[in-house]
Write a protein that binds this ligand. Structure first.
Ligand code: CA
Length: 225
């Protein structure tokens, strides 16, 4: 699950990025309306956390523009405590939920999870292939009904493979999902992660397997359909 945070207060932005990354999300952070508009146009985020008062304008205009272009990702707006008119404008512009500043970060995580659980939002809460299951909200993996410990980067990769099972997932897509826009992935990061995921799955008796498509990417198939 990849989130976009649009927040111009540097400290709050960093805290949100860190906390949400630790909660298992891939997180991008933008500080201006302009950067956020570009990010939203270029990537199908699972949820957007949007501060309304930004240095180059009002977050509600961005939201309205995104909705008019058919972007349906859940949007949670952040508003000042006394700015009721902001909140109303944000909800009218197509926001799904709001939080007033200051807020507890745990509350934000809970609200995001609730948005992701809504029907019509993210596709399927539990993804599966054969006896492998991945809970996209709880971020845990089960094989033959037994929990398997999988680090969050590997869960992000496995999620993409499960969402497109039977189809090749290009390596670049996995790199995209794994890293925020500012970080440069190591050139061998994906093959290393894939190697580890394969081992975890086979050790646990998984029926699904990940195959390498040389020069392109990876495909997950259920070996015993
Ligand atoms: Ca602000």
């Amino acid at each position: 699950m990849r989130l976009l945070i649009v927040e111009d207060e540097p400290r709050l932005g960093q805290v949100l990025r860190k906390t949400l990354s630790n909660a298992g999300f891939s997180v991008d952070l933008c500080c201006t309306l302009r950067d956020a508009a570009e990010a939203i146009a270029n990537f199908p985020y699972d949820t957007v956390i949007l501060d309304l008062r930004l240095p180059d304008g009002d977050g509600a205009t961005l939201l309205e523009a995104a909705r008019s272009r058919g972007i349906s990702a859940p949007v949670l707006i952040l508003t000042a405590k006394d700015a009721i008119e902001d909140r109303v404008a944000g909800l009218n512009a197509g926001a799904d939920d709001y939080l007033t500043k200051p807020f507890a970060v745990a509350e934000l995580v809970a609200r995001i999870r609730a948005l992701l659980r809504r029907p019509g939002g993210a596709l399927g809460v539990v993804l599966s292939a054969g006896n492998v299951e991945l809970d996209t909200i709880g971020r845990d993996v089960r094989v033959q009904g037994q929990a398997v410990a999988v680090p969050r980067q590997e869960i992000a990769i496995l999620e993409q493979l499960l969402r497109r099972q039977g189809r090749v997932v290009p390596r670049a897509v996995l790199e995209e999902k794994l890293y925020g826009m500012e970080e440069e992935p190591e050139s061998n990061a994906i093959p290393v992660h894939i190697h580890r995921i394969r081992k975890r799955l086979s050790d646990a008796g998984a029926s699904a397997e990940i195959h390498t498509v040389r020069g392109v990417g990876y495909v997950l198939t259920d070996a015993k359909p």
